[in-house]
Structure formats: structure tokens, C-alpha cells
Design a protein around this ligand. Sequence first.
Ligand code: LP5
Length: 251
Amino acid sequence: MGKETLVIADLHLREQAPEVTRRLLALEQRLLEADAIYILGDLVEAWIGDDAPIPSDLMPAFRLLAKISAAGVPVYFQHGNRDFLIGKRFASPIGMRLLAEEATLDLYGHRVALVHGDQLCTDDLAYQRLRRKLRHPLIRFILRHLPLHTRQRLATNLRDRSKQETGQKAAGIMDVNDHAVAQWMDRLDTAVLIHGHTHRPAFHHETRGLRAVLGDWEDGATVLSIRPDGLRLEKTDDQGVTTTLAESGWP
Ligand code: LP5
């Protein structure tokens, strides 16, 4: 094992962007040598249920995750706002273990908290209202049991409405709220909070410690490497050139 844990999020795998799947496949060797892989949500563009057909273009990505877990590298998945309907029926056969929506763990002797990040955007009141509805267990149960074509139509409508509204919301509203970050770090009793969702890759030195924000995969593979001596956020382009976006020792 390489003494490296890899954290990724917001790949938004989709048929229309085969380059994202290729970027994941290009990381195969590194993923196979890692101690563990954590995927913090929005692995796919939209997931309407484990019974929906999986586009064949995405299969290589899921086969790779299966290969990694079969090789003994644990692959963990936390739900994002696009794929909160991923369940065990899809995850188990590929060896992907589902995490709670907030997870704390010990990495190389340090307590680390992982969340998708949408929960921290508390200024985005319209989204938080939608989130409360969609994540309600009863609503989720109902959604899962709607006919496939109805779910597809609902998801398309929701995406269209979201695109329209996010195009009009101020950028600040769609970022995390500082007070929420402080509260979450206190409550989770952690000096290291890792999240995605906002697509604003960076390290922030907060009062309580370090907040590492993952990036999306739109123009390269963004990976957080966690090692015994610290954390490094990297982006690898399609020529295989890796740039360090941020680096820090343990707080
Ligand atoms: O993902 P991103 O960054 O584009 O935008 C998010 C917020 N939008 C969403 C909606 C998703 O894009 C839609 C995902 C569809 C796939 C899953 C569908 C499965 C369920 C349906 C079928 C079974 O999460 C966006 C945030 C942004 O992040 C930044 O944080 O702003 O939020 C919005 O845009 C929400 C709007 O402001 C409010 C929309 C109200 C719609 C009301 C419809 C109610 C339907 C209830 C159904 C039970």
C-alpha cells in the first residue's frame, strides 16, 4: 500500500462527457495503490434509481471501481445532491460502501470529517428547502417507487429549473456559509473538514482548522491526496500533467 488516501467528488459522469470517464480510467494505477478511495458525491450527473438503465458509456468507470475494490482497496461513497438515490442495489455489486451524509474517520492518526458540502450552503434558502423535501425518507421512498419515466421527467424538470435558478443566484449565495462551517467543525469535533459541491477547489484555514474543498472534473481530474505528512490538492490535465492547487501539513 502506498500510504495515500484519495478523495474525489463532483465527477458528474455522463454520456455527453466521455472525457471525464477517461480521466478516471487514467488514474487506475494510482487508485489501485491507494489505502482507500473516498467519493464525496455527484459521481454521476443524475441518478434516478438503481433500477434505471446505466448508460453503456459509464460502465468502464463502474468496472474500474469494482476492480479497485476487488483488489482490496476500500471504495467509499457519500451521496451528493445529484445522486442521493444511489442505493445498495447498485453500490454492493461493485464493492462500493455507502457512507452516511456526514462521516468522521481517523486518517493516519488525524480526525477528518467528510461531507458532500451542499449542507454547508445555508444561504441558499431555496435549495435548502428543496433538499429537505428530497431527502425526507418518505419522499425518497415515494420517488423510488414512481415509474421510471415519471422519475426521468421529474429529474429533467428539476435539472432545468436548477440550471435556470443557479444562473441567476449570486455566487456568494451558492458558497458555504462561514458560520455553518464553524458550527459543523465544532459539532463533528474535527480540525479537518473535506467537502465538494461548490466546485471551488482550495484550502481554507478556518479558526478551527483546515477546510479542503475538492474541485469538479470539467477540465481535469481533481484529487485530494491525504498522506501521513499532510494533504495535497492536485489537478491532472489530459496530457497527464499534474499541478498542485494547494498543500498543507496537518493542522
Ligand atoms: O447541482 P447544481 O450545482 O447544478 O445545483 C445545485 C442545486 N440544484 C439541485 C437540483 C439538481 O441539479 C437536480 C438533480 C436531479 C437528479 C436527481 C433527481 C432525483 C429525484 C427526482 C426524480 C426521482 O440540487 C441548486 C443550488 C446549487 O447546487 C448550489 O448549491 O443552488 O439548487 C437549486 O437550483 C434549487 C432551486 O433554487 C429551487 C428549485 C425548486 C424546485 C421545486 C420542485 C419541487 C419538486 C419536489 C419533488 C418531490
